[in-house]
Design a protein around this ligand. Structure first.
Ligand code: HEM
Length: 373
């Protein structure tokens, strides 16, 4: 018996490859923002709590001031991949979402709370009050949201466990158990936060609003954190890959049944190589205390590429896992509505341009505010 609900009778309005491409692009950007939030927030908390010098507080404030903006990007860059994922994998993703319904719905109020706490954290830091505990609450809740997302994205790959869960509770009150891939996958995202957060500091170190001494401090801390946690990140990634079922490993190695997925397997090696580059960039900035603009931009580039590679590999893991359980994402009726697709692409590119412009306005405003402070 097929475990998946019947396919939607309405055909897809765009080719699968295009939907997948848009999904990977937007999800990679969501991951960059997520990692900046998780890592930047933790660094700001630790610097405000344990930092002994005035430089620590300056760095914590510089991060905190930007986190509420980062949060808007986390959410806005999350909606498009959610929509593309639902179009491509709806029969699996809707099922798993319903099975953990209470927790899934709880993400919305949790996010509102995180947002509010981030504003409180920043305001308390600016006012010179103790803020670490407010930041810590926000970080734990954001980590909880990440956990729910990892839970759902792994449960959607396990149709064999759906019936038992639904029999236990039709209310969506239970979380799945016994999936060896969940823990490493979540830890991978949590560890990645400190790598991307560290690289973010390497980039920020080049800002003219810092004094020469502050720049050295920011580059030193950021670089060392990125380099150190790059190694943890690598270990978490290898762990997450090693616990995948044999069929998935074989599929990503280019097994005859799934030759097309060899590309996703290569992206895994690309991810390893890029994390090594991130470690090197971090080490140069961190131990050399170098705040040069080119190094900051190298960090930004590596961060984006790392997330793209991770997303492609992760997509391969999902497709091969689902294929091994009878769900072929490429096997869908497609009736492309090219005029709508064309309009969508024009608006998509235009909106990316607007987002880029918004980022530049925020960056310039931040510079002016910090210059005035
Ligand atoms: C604090 C806020 C958030 C955090 C920390 C966060 C974190 C994460 C993490 C860790 C993953 C990867 C899960 C895994 O595969 O193991 C993920 C994936 C995802 N997130 Fe977010 N997220 C946040 C907000 C959101 C919001 C608000 C949405 C939806 C509107 C969203 C939509 C998604 C989607 C759709 C995926 C996976 C897409 C796919 O696999 O196709 N996220 N997120």
């Amino acid at each position: 018996m097929n475990a998946y609900p019947a396919v939607d009778p309405i055909p897809l309005p765009a080719p699968v490859w295009l939907l997948k491409l848009l999904h990977i692009v937007t999800l990679s950007l969501h991951f960059v923002a997520v990692e900046m939030l998780l890592g930047g927030l933790l660094l700001a908390i630790l610097l405000s709590l344990f930092g002994k010098s005035a430089n620590s507080l300056v760095t914590a404030r510089a991060l905190a001031r930007r986190l509420t903006v980062v949060m808007t990007f986390v959410i806005n860059l999350a909606v498009p991949p959610l929509l593309f994922a639902q179009v491509l994998y709806g029969r699996a993703l809707y099922t798993s979402s319903v099975l953990i319904g209470l927790y899934w719905i709880a993400i919305v109020p949790t996010l509102m709370l995180v947002y509010w706490l981030l504003y409180k954290f920043t305001a308390r830091l600016e006012a010179g009050k103790s803020a670490w505990w407010v930041g810590l609450m926000a970080w734990l809740l954001a980590g909880g949201v990440a956990r729910m997302l990892s839970t759902n994205m792994t449960l959607m790959l396990r149709p064999e466990s759906w019936r038992g869960m639904y029999s236990a509770s039709a209310m969506g009150a239970y979380l799945p158990t016994g999936d060896p891939t969940l823990e490493p996958r979540w830890l991978l995202m949590m560890a990645g936060g400190l790598v991307i957060g560290g690289l973010w500091l390497v980039y920020l170190a080049g800002r003219s609003t810092f004094t020469a001494e502050e720049k050295k401090f920011v580059a030193g801390v950021g670089g060392k954190v990125a380099a150190g946690f790059g190694i943890v990140y690598l270990a978490a990634g290898l762990w997450a890959a090693s616990v995948q079922p044999e069929a998935v490993k074989a599929g990503l190695a280019g097994h005859a049944v799934y030759p097309a997925y060899k590309f996703a397997g290569f992206a895994g090696y690309g991810w390893i190589a890029l994390v090594v580059v991130a470690v090197v960039v971090g080490a140069i900035a961190g131990f050399g205390k170098i705040s040069a603009g080119w190094l900051g931009w190298a960090g930004v580039l590596v961060a984006v590429l790392v997330e793209i590679m991770l997303t492609v590999y992760r997509d391969g893991v999902r497709d091969v896992t689902l294929l091994s359980k009878g769900y072929d994402v490429w096997d869908r009726a497609v009736v492309t509505n090219w005029s709508v697709v064309g309009l969508f692409l024009v608006l998509f590119v235009a909106s990316l341009g607007v987002v880029g412009w918004l980022v530049s306005v925020v960056a310039r405003a931040q510079k002016t505010m910090e210059g005035a402070a």
